[in-house]
Design a binder for this molecule. Structure first.
Ligand SMILES: Cc1ncc(COP(=O)(O)O)c(C=O)c1O
Length: 358
């Protein structure tokens, strides 16, 4: 007999992309990390925190700031968003979990398009929520059925994963205004690689929050940092369900330092965007259909699912990890993270070798 809630018994655990041990000799293009290092200010801030006090690491004796003031203040300075309308998370994944915990009772609805970030489904299942999804059309335009949704939460990744596509401000404003009963969560994990952002909607509308992560453009996936921007009443309520010390001492100073060096993050995003353009072009030249991406990855469709699955396996054998989703509407595609130019050269050469075998 299981002691778990039936919905937990019935669900599968979220499967993160493969994380080979540090130092493994692989080209890692499978989990959308940044190929470039974080701002030098980050390591300096972590060292300074470790060196402060009577002995190395002395400050680690003490609990960290539950309000992550330095991090949130740096975010307010960088964005112009009001300080008390910003909340910090242990990655944006924790903020997503907090939203589900705070807004959705058992049996209540969470809606999102399909295919998108798989964790939305996992969190909804763990909560015992009802899941309503609408398929994206082939070009990944916003499914019209989302408008007027009565869901308590509507999740929308913009840019979406794994497609890298966006929607524009006017449709998202209309979508938020059409919701009768719930919050629109715009997950901007990849926004620094896109043309525009939606912070203005979180400022103006009472039912919009925007999430950001430091795992992509800030090159800090290993630090676990995320931010939520939203209306004051929403943020105030979320504090009640937040773990007190959700960001550790080193993460707080790392996040603040990275935000203070916006030029570094921007320059890396520029490099990624230039490589992305080349990757998309070269994939098309190899006969793949690359979805136009505003993110740090490209989703490219092969002629069929068997070709895509074979390409994934061949690349893996050659030490190149990309992401393959054996799922409905995705199984003919490959999601390739934009790496350095050298990494992308290796990927393209190996893919070409595979396709030439017929
Ligand atoms: C759309 C989307 N949201 C959120 C995340 C998770 O971000 P974090 O590392 O901050 O938890 C990811 C990670 O891949 C993502 O693709």
């Amino acid at each position: 007999m299981s002691l778990f809630r039936p919905n937990v018994d019935a669900m599968e655990a979220y499967k993160p992309g493969e994380q080979p041990p540090a130092g493994a000799k692989v080209i890692k293009l499978n989990t959308n990390e940044n190929p470039y290092p974080p701002s030098p200010g980050v390591a300096a801030a972590i060292r300074a925190e470790l060196d402060a006090g009577a002995a190395p690491g002395d400050r680690l004796r003490l609990y960290c700031d539950p309000k992550a003031t330095a991090f949130r203040q740096a975010a307010a300075d960088a964005t112009g968003f009001p300080f008390d309308q910003i909340l910090h998370g242990n990655g944006s994944d924790e903020l997503l979990a907090m939203l589900v915990r705070a807004f959705v009772g058992e049996g209540e609805t969470i809606a999102f398009p399909y295919p998108t970030y798989v964790l939305y489904e996992t969190l909804a299942q763990a909560q015992g929520a009802k899941i309503v999804t609408y398929d994206f059309p082939r070009d990944f335009a916003l499914p019209p059925q989302l408008f007027g949704s009565t869901a308590k939460l509507v999740f929308l990744a913009a840019p979406n994963s794994p497609s890298g596509t966006v929607y524009g401000e006017t449709p998202l404003r209309k979508l938020a205004q059409s919701l009768t009963n719930g919050l629109l969560v715009i997950d901007e994990a990849y926004v620094e690689f896109a043309e525009g952002h939606m912070l203005q909607l979180a400022r103006e509308l009472p039912n919009v929050v925007v999430l950001r992560t430091f795992s992509k453009s800030h090159s800090l996936a290993g630090m676990r940092l995320g931010l939520l921007f939203g209306p004051r009443p929403v943020v105030d309520g979320l504090w009640k369900v937040k773990d007190s010390y959700n960001l550790d001492r080193l993460a707080i100073v790392a996040g603040a330092a990275s935000l203070k060096d916006g030029a570094w993050t921007k320059a890396n995003a520029q490099k990624v965007k230039a490589t992305r353009a080349r990757l998309s072009k070269e994939l098309a030249a190899l006969g793949l259909e690359a979805v136009p991406s505003q993110s740090n990855f490209v989703f490219a469709r092969c002629k069929d699912a068997a070709t895509a699955a074979g390409a994934y396996r061949f690349l893996k054998e050659k030490g190149i990890l990309i992401r393959y989703f054996p799922l409905r509407l995705l199984d003919d595609g490959l999601r390739i993270t934009v790496g350095t130019d050298e990494e992308i050269d290796a990927l393209l050469a190996t893919l070409k070798e595979y396709l030439a075998r017929g």
